[in-house]
Write a protein that binds this ligand. Structure first.
Ligand code: NDP
Ligand code: GDR
Length: 323
């Protein structure tokens, strides 16, 4: 039975990856950071099937000990400060978690389990002010936020440990992926949750930022499969993962509000507070290499994804509202 160690297991992707690996027969160990509460909402249904170990991206000893104790075959580094907007108000902390935290994880692997295969959760935010469209593995980076800058560092330190120390380390450059487990601050979930709350009489309006920003949105369940595939190759390499299609935030609003029988133009208000100091206007993936070498294809399209999220938010809120 292979062993996988996942940092960020309590996050959206960590929960889907844990499910995916358990189904494949893995022993799954999740890194959790110490907290006065237990933020295990997303893995509550798995809690008897996974093992949890306390460690923190800020603390080298805890990471090295966790890797040393469990001797994983595969390490998935998904933990990060992952919200782009927060990276402007907490730029140093974002760098500590999202950039230097990766070096700490790589050091832990190098010292305690150098044969383990290592996955780094890289991001399309590294492309930022895009230098070509669609974006592929060779597209130059031009990050537009402290988060994006931290992810560029994380990408290159992963490549560097592969080339310097012979680690099996890969960087998966993933475009936005969403699900009913997406955090409420990210725009897809904010919109599906907002549309449902308005429909049920629990809110009157939804305040958003830039409606013209475009993203390549896929389903998180499909993307964790790509992460696993990257670690099953003969040689480590980096891959872009996305759908190749792009939608605006305005189209997202239209789709989600239509799903509850409303017109978004009656409820969505643009609010300066949600605009960003620098924006990424158009991200769209060229996932040809992943298709060719990993045999990976996204299974869930945008409209189905948003529909599923709306239905899940409806189930969650329905007991509180009026139909
Ligand atoms: P989430 O924000 O849902 O999850 C982040 C996870 O990181 C949580 O489990 C969180 O723990 C953990 N974490 C944060 N700080 C620390 C720390 N100091 N020590 C230990 N654990 C910590 O993110 P996603 O699941 O959406 O994303 C997973 C990864 O993929 C992230 O690195 C993100 O940047 C990257 N990514 C995500 C994309 C997406 O569209 N979802 C696209 C491209 C990249 P806690 O529960 O305690 O807060
Ligand atoms: P992103 O996701 O920054 O792409 O990062 P987010 O959903 O936060 O924003 C997408 C786009 O929507 C616009 N937008 C708003 N965004 C939020 N959050 N709230 C609003 O009210 C709002 N109004 C408009 C934003 O300006 C932006 O253009 C996500 C994260 O998961 C990262 O960790 C990951 O690396 C990237 O995706 C790929």
């Amino acid at each position: 039975m292979p062993t996988a160690l996942i940092s960020g297991i309590t996050g959206q992707d960590g929960s889907y990856l844990a499910e995916f690996l358990l189904d494949k027969g893995y022993r799954v160990i999740g890194i959790v950071r110490r907290s006065s509460t237990t933020p295990y909402e997303r893995i509550a249904h798995l809690i008897d099937r996974v093992e949890l170990v306390s460690a923190d991206l800020l603390d080298q000893t805890s990471l090295t000990d966790a890797v040393g104790l469990y001797q994983p075959d595969e390490v998935y580094n998904l933990a990060a400060q992952s919200f782009v907007q927060t990276s402007w108000s907490q730029p140093v902390l974002t760098g500590e978690f999202t950039a230097l935290g990766v070096t700490r994880m790589l050091e832990a692997v190098k010292k305690a389990a150098p044969k383990a295969r290592f996955y780094q959760a890289s991001s399309s935010e590294m492309f930022g002010k895009v230098q070509e469209s669609p974006q592929r593995e060779t597209t130059p980076f031009y990050p537009r936020s402290p988060y994006g800058v931290a992810k560029v560092y994380a990408h290159w330190i992963t490549v560097n440990y592969r080339e310097s120390f012979g680690l099996y380390a890969v960087s998966g450059i993933l475009f936005n992926h969403e699900s009913p487990r997406r955090g409420l601050e990210f725009v897809t979930r904010k919109v599906t949750d907002g549309a449902v709350r308005i429909k049920l009489g629990l809110a009157r309006e939804l305040r958003l930022g830039n409606l013209e920003a475009r993203r390549d949105w896929g389903y998180a369940g499909d993307y964790v499969d790509a992460m696993w595939r990257m670690l099953q190759q003969d040689t480590p390499d980096d891959y872009v993962i996305g759908t190749g299609k792009t939608w605006s935030v305005r189209q997202l609003c239209d789709t989600a509000f239509r799903a509850v029988g409303l017109d978004y133009r009656d409820y969505v208000v643009q609010d300066e507070r949600f605009f960003r100091p620098a924006e990424v206007d158009l991200l769209v993936a060229d996932p040809a290499k992943a298709r060719r070498q990993l045999g990976w294809e996204p299974q869930v399209g945008f409209e189905e994804l948003i529909d599923t999220m709306v239905r899940a938010d409806m189930d969650r809120h329905a007991p509180l509202g009026r139909k």
